[in-house]
Design a protein around this ligand. Structure first.
Ligand code: SAH
Length: 241
C-alpha cells in the first residue's frame, strides 16, 4: 500500500474495520478532516498528520498524492464510508491524473450505523439523498427527493441542514409533508456511535420541530414502516404484516 483512502466509520473505534485499522497502523502520513482525525487519535501517534479543511477536498487529495509520490505510505481518512459523499472521488481523480496507484478501503456508513440505532428501518428499498447544495443544484436535489417519495422509497437524508441553509431544510420538509402521510414514522439520530449520541422517533407531521443539523441523519419511513416498542421497522415485504 502506498496510497489508500480509508473509511473510518461513523465515529467510534469499535466500528472501525480490521482492514481500516491495519491501513492506519501501516501509514506514515495520515491526511484528513479534523473531526475524523479526532475519532482515531490512537492511530495518529508517531505519524505525520496533515489536517484538512472542509471545501478543500481536491487540494487535500493532491497533497496526499504528492506525499505518496515521495515514496511514503499515505492514508487519506474519510468518515463513514469513503465512497459515500466522501474522499474516495477526489483521491481517485487526483491519483488518476498523477498516474499513481490507489486503494479504497470501505467503512461503516452513517446510514447503517443510524439504522441499527433506530431498529431496522432499511429492511426494504431505500434512497440515499444528500441535501447539501454545495456541489449540487438545489433543483436537482428536490427532483430526486420528489421521485424517491413518489416511488415509496424509505428516505435516508445525509447533510440534512446547516445554519447556512435552514430554508432549504424547510422546503425539503414541506415537500415530504405534502407527499407522505403525516403519520409516517421518521427517525433522527445525531452523532451515531459518538459520545453524546441521541436519537428521536417522530412522524412526518412533526418533522419540522426537530433541531436537525449537520451532525444528524434523517430516516423517513415508507408506507409500510412502523414504530413498535421504540423500534422503527420497515418490513421486507407484505408477508410479515
Ligand atoms: N462518508 C460519510 C458521509 C459524509 S457526509 C458516511 O459514509 O457516513 C456527512 C453527513 O453524514 C452528516 O451531515 C450526517 O448527515 C451524516 N453522518 C456522518 N456521520 C454521522 C453520525 N455518526 N451520526 C449521524 N449522522 C452522521
Amino acid at each position: 500500500m502506498r496510497l489508500a483512502v480509508v473509511g473510518v466509520g461513523p465515529g467510534n473505534l469499535a466500528d472501525l474495520t480490521f482492514r481500516a485499522a491495519a491501513y492506519l497502523e501501516q501509514a506514515e502520513v495520515i491526511v484528513g478532516y479534523r473531526t475524523y482525525l479526532e475519532g482515531i487519535t490512537p492511530y495518529l501517534e508517531g505519524k505525520e498528520v496533515l489536517p484538512g479543511r472542509m471545501r478543500e477536498e481536491m487540494e487535500r487529495a493532491r497533497a496526499a498524492v504528492r506525499q505518496a509520490q515521495q515514496g511514503k505510505r499515505v492514508v487519506v481518512v474519510s468518515g463513514g464510508d469513503p465512497g459515500v459523499y466522501g474522499m474516495a472521488v477526489p483521491v481517485l481523480q487526483a491519483a488518476l491524473q498523477a498516474g499513481e496507484a490507489v486503494e479504497v478501503v470501505p467503512g461503516v456508513t452513517a446510514a447503517t450505523a443510524v439504522a441499527a440505532m433506530l431498529g431496522a428501518p432499511l429492511g426494504h428499498d431505500f434512497a440515499v439523498i444528500s441535501l447539501s447544495d454545495l456541489l449540487t443544484p438545489w433543483s436537482l436535489i428536490l427532483r430526486r427527493l420528489r421521485a424517491a417519495i413518489e416511488a415509496d422509497f424509505v428516505l435516508v437524508l445525509y447533510n440534512p441542514s446547516s445554519s447556512r441553509r435552514q430554508d432549504k431544510w424547510r422546503q425539503a420538509v414541506e415537500l415530504i409533508q405534502s407527499e407522505r402521510p403525516g403519520s409516517t414514522p421518521v427517525g433522527v439520530v445525531w452523532d451515531a456511535t459518538r459520545p453524546g449520541s441521541r436519537r428521536t422517533l417522530t412522524t412526518v407531521a412533526r418533522l419540522d420541530q426537530e433541531p436537525v443539523d449537520m451532525r444528524a441523519l434523517v430516516v423517513v419511513g415508507n408506507s409500510q414502516t412502523t414504530i413498535s416498542n421504540g423500534w422503527m421497522i420497515t418490513p421486507r415485504g407484505y408477508e410479515c404484516r
